[in-house]
Design a protein around this ligand. Structure first.
Ligand SMILES: Cc1cc2nc3c(=O)[nH]c(=O)nc-3n(C[C@H](O)[C@H](O)[C@H](O)COP(=O)(O)O)c2cc1C
Length: 189
């Protein structure tokens, strides 16, 4: 499988960090290639959040691509990849995706996913949502995207924020169609 991860400047770089870590474990050796695109604003938010998020840390697993690189393979529908997860997804990125007026590679790649009928999984982060945010999400859902906000579950009895984030990463894998055995799933023993 070939997947792209986009990281944008919404709060929650820890979400991205945990998800990238889980993908780096390459469960079942299913990932042939993984690509990572980090928006310019994500770096600013990381600094504000006191996070040490550094795309270079994932260079061993992910092919890092500049958000300005429109000649990257994932900018074209003729390059066969499975889909993209944007985590976290800012409201401005959602707006760009919903309007089709993209200005960076994350927007272009999302556009490719929608036009080619590939998976586009968005992890929006904002509160409260305005009507415009909600309408953009509705529009994107209609266009084939999955809207998967970080809404923690408690039935799995997380003992820490780390556990909460890891369980959420597992749920994103589920949406990607990658199902990992985990005893914290409801009904499992
Ligand atoms: C500390 C900080 C936190 C932010 N948190 C959010 C957020 O949770 N959701 C959001 O939509 N925008 C948030 N923003 C604003 C975005 O960074 C801004 O809209 C930017 O244009 C997003 O660009 P990008 O989607 O290309 O990364 C935040 C900005 C800063 C500086």
């Amino acid at each position: 499988m070939k997947w792209v991860v986009g990281v944008t400047g919404a709060s929650g770089l820890r979400l991205a960090h945990m998800f990238l870590q889980v993908l780096s474990e390459n469960p079942g050796r299913i990932f042939e290639r993984l690509f990572l695109v980090v928006s310019e604003n994500a770096g600013k938010v990381a600094a504000a959040e006191g996070s040490d998020f550094d795309p270079a840390d994932y260079g061993g697993t992910f092919e890092l691509i500049s958000p300005d690189d429109f000649s990257a393979p994932v900018a074209s529908g003729s390059f066969l990849f499975d889909g993209m997860v944007v985590i976290p997804a800012s409201m401005s990125t959602l707006g760009a995706l919903a309007s089709g007026f993209g200005t960076n590679l994350i927007h272009r790649c999302g556009d490719v996913c929608m036009k080619e009928g590939r998976r586009l999984i968005l992890v929006p982060r904002e509160t409260p949502f305005s009507l415009i945010h909600l309408e953009n999400m509705t529009k994107l859902k209609r266009a084939g995207a999955d809207i998967v906000p970080f809404i923690p579950s408690f039935y799995n009895q997380p003992a820490s924020v780390e556990e909460m984030l890891r369980f959420f990463a597992l749920r994103i894998l589920d949406v990607m169609g990658i199902h990992q055995a985990d005893k914290r799933r409801w009904g499992e023993r």
